[in-house]
Design a binder for this molecule. Structure first.
Ligand code: F6R
Ligand code: ZN
Length: 185
């Protein structure tokens, strides 16, 4: 059944939602096949297997016609220089999405299969993901990077799309913040 109108309390300091839905935790071992340096990934995954990011959801369900929200927090870090990031996915029916940066420094990497786009995400930046663009978030700073996502409930997550095609670019740590390199290099 559809859910009722509701207020969701957002704590801008703690970056929590109340009431809150499910929380997802992704550790290094959940990110197989994504970092360029497989050996460095494997050592980290089989070592202390750190938490790379968490996703806290609102109680709005991920079903057609609903409009769920979630807050993703990516820890600061890199694996052989490649900045910690989300897995990245395509929405199977190409729905759009909006992100609002809340805390820390990050980037929004998008790829439509041919073109790559990078948006710097600082608190207050709204990043728009147009239909058909796969998306991955990256922590470019030295503290946790958090953002709010709002997306169609039926959007889904096609992770295989990114495993197959990549994201066009990879984001590495640099003195200026981020060094974007072609995926294959
Ligand atoms: C939803 C969305 C975000 C991500 C989240 C984690 O459509 O884009 O809520 O799901 O940032 O990233 P992934 O799903 O790529 O592991
Ligand atoms: Zn998405």
């Amino acid at each position: 059944p559809p859910i009722s109108p509701m207020a969701i309390a957002f704590d801008a300091e703690k970056l929590t939602l109340s009431p809150e839905g499910p929380t997802l935790t992704r550790r290094m071992s959940d990110l197989e096949g994504l970092f360029r340096d497989h050996d460095a990934w494997s050592a980290a995954a089989s070592g202390d297997d750190p938490i790379v990011y968490t996703v806290v959801s609102s109680p709005v369900p991920e079903v057609e016609r609903e409009l769920p929200q979630s807050i993703t927090t990516i820890m600061p870090g890199d694996t052989a220089g490649e900045l910690w990031m989300t897995k990245g996915h395509q929405h199977p029916d190409h729905q759009g999405e909006i992100y609002l940066a809340l805390h820390g420094r990050g980037g929004l990497l998008m790829f439509d299969g041919e073109r790559t786009e990078w948006l710097d995400m600082l608190p207050g930046t709204i990043g728009y993901i147009p239909p058909g663009w796969a998306h991955r978030s990256v922590n470019t700073g030295d503290e946790p990077y958090s953002f709010l996502a709002v997306y169609p409930g039926g959007a889904g997550h096609d992770y295989g799309w990114v495993l197959e095609r990549g994201m066009g670019s990879r984001a590495f740590r640099a003195e200026s913040g981020v060094d974007l390199r072609p995926y294959a290099e």
